[in-house]
Design a protein around this ligand. Structure first.
Ligand SMILES: [Zn+2]
Length: 195
């Protein structure tokens, strides 16, 4: 990936602690012009094997307090843990497992009429998961991160980073609510997530 525009590094104080933030923009000739973020702690360079969370954008969960999925809670968990232990969150702007916001809302409408999250994607002509991870490897490489502990409940995510040495998987513990119980069950049964 050559055509990536990289921002300066700025400070971002959050409810969970103070991070450094840097943006990575895919230029149009390289992908869809998406802008991704790296949120990292000041001590990142000194940590031998940092904790890394690759968080896929979920506008409804991350910003609108949706409890239909567990993304918002996962992000909060990741920020709190990484602020304490040091490491990095890569905010991966591939909304709705990369089907985009409009399609995700259509998938939600199908879910309202009884489809599960995977069946709804299929109904719209998408695979259950359309995400790609080249930009994630680019960002890790940019920071010289060769070894990491991956914060995820999704073992498939470990396979999507073949050039990274993942020495450990750290699970995220989320308590299901009545709205996301079925969603979490589908992720477990059909997408191989470990809860
Ligand atoms: Zn979500």
């Amino acid at each position: 990936m050559n055509n990536i525009e990289i921002s300066q590094i700025a400070t971002l104080p959050t409810k969970h602690g103070t991070f450094k933030i840097q943006a990575f923009k895919e230029l149009p000739e390289c992908g869809e012009g998406k802008e991704h973020l790296a949120l990292f702690t000041d001590d990142l360079k000194e940590i031998d094997v940092p904790i890394v969370r690759v968080h896929s954008e979920c506008l409804t969960g991350d910003a609108l307090s949706s409890v239909k999925c567990d993304c918002g809670e996962q992000l909060t968990f990741a920020q709190a843990l990484i602020a304490k232990e040091g490491g990095m969150i890569i905010y991966h702007r591939q909304e709705g497992r990369n089907i985009g916001l409009l399609n995700k809302v259509n998938a939600y409408a199908l879910q309202d009429s009884g489809f599960d999250t995977v069946a709804a994607n299929h109904q719209l002509g998408f695979r259950a998961d359309e995400r790609t991870y080249e930009i994630v490897e680019f960002i890790l490489n940019h920071f010289g991160i060769k070894k990491l502990k991956l914060l995820t409940n999704n073992p498939a995510k470990m396979e999507s980073l073949p050039n990274v040495n993942i020495v450990e998987r750290i699970p995220i513990q989320i308590t299901p609510n009545p709205y996301n119980e079925n969603y979490l069950k589908t992720k477990k049964d059909q997408l191989g997530h470990l809860l």
